[in-house]
Design a protein around this ligand. Structure first.
Ligand SMILES: Nc1ncnc2c1ncn2[C@@H]1O[C@H](COP(=O)(O)OP(=O)(O)OP(=O)(O)O)[C@@H](O)[C@H]1O
Ligand SMILES: [Mg+2]
Length: 270
């Protein structure tokens, strides 16, 4: 199989394999691209929660990004958990210097089980500096609420928050709807002059650990291969939907999705 593109993932490790860098590598690989990594933190977790988080030093994160990209230049970068403000500033400087045009940021703040994964100073940097320097941000509903200081109860509220984020300097925004209390999930993409709503039936399942990481990695992979942002989101949402439907039912609580369930997707992705 010919490799379609090269993707650099900057994110934290999830020892349970369902989210974080592990989910990212599986997704990028399964969709046919080459995955490289810069690890920002090491977490010990399982489907019941996060036991501990150890941050990697900013200089080590910087080296992973730069030394790797100098040799094998990625077409796109996916950024996940950054953890603290020092790592965040370092990553920001590194990506600006690299001048790679396609960057997807998943502004990870809270884990599925409720553990807070970011400090207040980092949220400020995210809002003031980071969101302006990436192509797309993909907050879930609680994250969009924190970033915009507004509550989100409906599809309309999601659009309002998305517009606020565009006004704050984001180039494009995908607000993920997994957390909305509804029979359907709405993922809403706001580009400068276009709003696209992706509607799906909500699957009743506890096995949705890592859906957000998986989605942003799938978007990055499709986008790195030249698909439009809208098409990349549409295809990535389908990939995640199938991965949830076919979850292996591992673990006692929030188990992982099935990243390997991409046979149909691969066929339609030329
Ligand atoms: N129960 C579900 N049924 C169908 N799709 C879902 C379900 N839960 C989440 N999704 C989809 O998964 C993707 C990720 O959304 P979600 O809101 O779960 O992100 P997240 O909270 O960042 O996830 P994570 O737990 O990985 O941080 C979206 O495309 C969303 O629509
Ligand atoms: Mg998330």
């Amino acid at each position: 199989m010919k490799i379609k593109s090269k993707v650099l993932i900057i994110a934290g490790s999830d020892s349970s394999g369902g989210a974080g860098i592990q989910a990212d590598i599986k997704t990028v690989s399964l969709l046919g691209s080459y995955a490289m990594t810069a690890i920002t933190a090491v977490t010990s977790q399982n489907s019941t929660g996060v036991l501990s988080i150890v941050a990697i030093s900013p200089s080590e994160v910087h080296k992973q990004i730069n030394f790797t990209s100098k040799d094998i230049r990625p077409e796109a970068i996916k950024i996940g958990m950054l953890g603290n403000s020092k790592v965040m500033n370092t990553v920001l400087k590194s990506i600006i210097r690299l001048k790679i045009k396609k960057i997807i940021l998943d502004p990870v703040m809270v884990a599925k089980g409720g553990a807070r994964l970011i400090d207040r100073k980092s949220i400020k940097i995210l809002k003031k500096k980071f969101i302006k320097n990436v192509t797309l941000i993909t907050p879930n509903i609680p994250e969009a609420e924190i970033l915009t200081n507004q509550k989100i109860y409906s599809k309309e509220d999601m659009i309002k928050a998305g517009k606020k984020l565009l006004n704050m300097g984001a180039k494009n925004v995908l607000i993920k709807g997994g957390h909305l209390k509804s029979k359907f999930t709405y993922d809403i993409l706001l580009e400068k002059k276009k709003i696209s709503v992706f509607k799906n039936k909500k699957i009743k399942s506890n096995h949705t650990h890592g859906t957000g990481c998986t989605l942003s990695s799938a978007i990055t992979t499709y986008y790195s291969c030249g698909k439009s942002l809208k098409k990349s989101c549409e295809k990535a949402i389908k990939y995640v939907n199938q991965a949830i439907s076919n979850a292996p039912k591992y673990g006692k609580k929030h188990g992982p999705v099935n990243h390997l369930n991409s046979i149909y997707i691969k066929k339609s992705f030329k």
